[in-house]
Write a protein that binds this ligand. Sequence first.
Ligand code: HEM
Ligand SMILES: *[C@@H]1O[C@H](CO)[C@@H](O)[C@H](O)[C@H]1NC(C)=O
Ligand SMILES: *[C@@H]1O[C@H](CO)[C@@H](O)[C@H](O)[C@H]1NC(C)=O
Ligand SMILES: *[C@@H]1O[C@H](CO)[C@@H](O)[C@H](O)[C@H]1NC(C)=O
Ligand SMILES: *[C@@H]1O[C@H](CO)[C@@H](O)[C@H](O)[C@H]1NC(C)=O
Ligand SMILES: *[C@@H]1O[C@H](CO)[C@@H](O)[C@H](O)[C@H]1NC(C)=O
Length: 352
Amino acid sequence: MGRFAGGAQMRYLALFALVVTATILSAAVPARAQLKPDFYAKSCPKLFFIVFQKVDAAIKKEARMAGSLLRLHFHDCFVQGCDGGILLDDDPRLPLGEKTAAANRNSARGFEVIDDIKGAVEAECPKTVSCADIVTLAAFWSVNLTGGPIWIPPLGRRDGLTANFTAAGEFLPSPFATNSGLKDAFKKVGLGVTDLVALSGAHTLGFARCAVHGVRLYNFNGTGKPDPTIDNGLLSSLQKVCPQGGDGNVTFPLDPTFAKFDNLYFKELLGLRGTLNSDEVLFTQASDTKGLVQTYAKNQTRFFNDFVASMIRMGNIKPKTGKDGEIRLKCRKPNSLLLEDADPLIQLVTDA
Ligand code: HEM
Ligand SMILES: *[C@@H]1O[C@H](CO)[C@@H](O)[C@H](O)[C@H]1NC(C)=O
Ligand SMILES: *[C@@H]1O[C@H](CO)[C@@H](O)[C@H](O)[C@H]1NC(C)=O
Ligand SMILES: *[C@@H]1O[C@H](CO)[C@@H](O)[C@H](O)[C@H]1NC(C)=O
Ligand SMILES: *[C@@H]1O[C@H](CO)[C@@H](O)[C@H](O)[C@H]1NC(C)=O
Ligand SMILES: *[C@@H]1O[C@H](CO)[C@@H](O)[C@H](O)[C@H]1NC(C)=O
C-alpha cells in the first residue's frame, strides 16, 4: 500500500459512511430485493477495502484493466444472472462453459485479477464472499478509480454451480447488432432503452479487437464499402491499425480516453466516431436512443446518474440467493470439483 494508504483509507471510510447511511434509509422501506449493501458488514468488514486495494494495484499496473473488470460483470450478469458463471474454467465433468463462447473467447480478461482478489478475501474471511460479489465490487471500484460515479452496490449473490455456453451465445449482445437487435437483447434480461444507452457508456473504458471492428471497414453488410456512418478520420485510423486480412487480435481504444470514465464516448457518437457498430447505431438508427446519446453528451451528471441506476438494475439480474448457489472457494471451479480434485491447499468443510 505504501504511499496510497492514506487516500485509500479515506475513500474506504467515505464509502463505509455511505453504506451505513443506506442501511439506515433502507430499514424504513419494506424489504424487496434480497441483495443489500451491508450484506458482509459483519462477516467481512474489510471486504470493500481489500477489493479497492487490489483493483487499484491492477489498474496502476495496466490501465486497461478497469475496463476489463467492468466488462466481466456485464458478461456475468447477462448470462443466467450475476452468478460468477463466466469465471468457471471448462472441465469435462461440467456442461460446456461461458469462457469459450464467441463473445468471451480471446476477449474477456481480468480472470487473474479476480483470482488474486479472491485469494486475499479468503485469507481475511474464509468461505464467506461469493465470486459473483467480488466481480461486482471489482467493477464498482474500476468505475470509481477511473473518475466515474460512486454508488451503493447491493451484495449477497451466491455463485452458480455451472456455466452455460449456449446461454452466453444467446444472451450476450452482438457488436454487429442493429439498434432494435440491441434493444431486444436488453429486453430479454429485463432491461430497457435507458439501460442500453447508459450502460453502453461503459465503452468510455477499454479496447476492442480488429476482429470486431473489421466488419465496418471494408465490406460492411455485403456492400463492398465501409460503413457509411463512420467518420472519415476514424475510418482511416482504424484501417491503418486493422488492415484487411490482418491480425484480428490487435486492439483499438473504444474512445480516445480509454482509461478515464467520462461522457466523451457519447460526444464521439455525435461525430460518427463510435468505434463499434453497436455503439454508432445508438445515434444513427432510432430517435429514442439518439435523444439519450445527445443528453449524455451534453450532461455528464445525467449520464453518471443513469449509469448508476442501470448498473444496480444489471447487478440485480437473477441473483442466486439460496440453495441454487454456493460460496465458491476458488472462482474457476465449483466446490464439488475442488472436493473431487482434493486440492491439498483447500480444507473443505461440508457444512459451509
Ligand atoms: C450494448 C451491447 C454491447 C455490445 C454489443 C458490446 C460489445 C463489446 C465488444 C465487441 C467489445 C470488444 C471485445 C473484443 O474486442 O474482444 C466490448 C468491450 C467492452 N465492453 Fe462492451 N458491449 C456492450 C455493452 C457493454 C456493457 C453493458 C458494458 C458494461 C457495463 C460493457 C463494457 C465493455 C468494456 C469496459 C469493454 C472494454 C474491455 C477491455 O478493454 O478489456 N459493454 N464490448
Ligand atoms: C471514489 O470513491 C470515494 C469514496 O469511497 C470518493 O471519496 C471519491 O471521490 C470517488 N472518486 C471519484 C472520482 O468520484
Ligand atoms: C443453458 O442455456 C440454454 C439457452 O438459454 C437453455 O435452454 C438451457 O436450459 C441452459 N442449460 C442449463 C443446464 O441451464
Ligand atoms: C444490412 O442490410 C440489410 C438489407 O440488405 C438490412 O436489413 C440490415 O438492417 C443491414 N444491417 C445493418 C447492420 O445495417
Ligand atoms: C487471437 O489469439 C488467440 C490466442 O493467442 C488465437 O488462438 C486466435 O486465433 C487469434 N485470433 C485472431 C482473430 O487472430
Ligand atoms: C444535468 O443533469 C442533472 C441530473 O439529471 C440535472 O440536475 C441538471 O439540471 C442537468 N444540467 C443541465 C445543464 O441540464
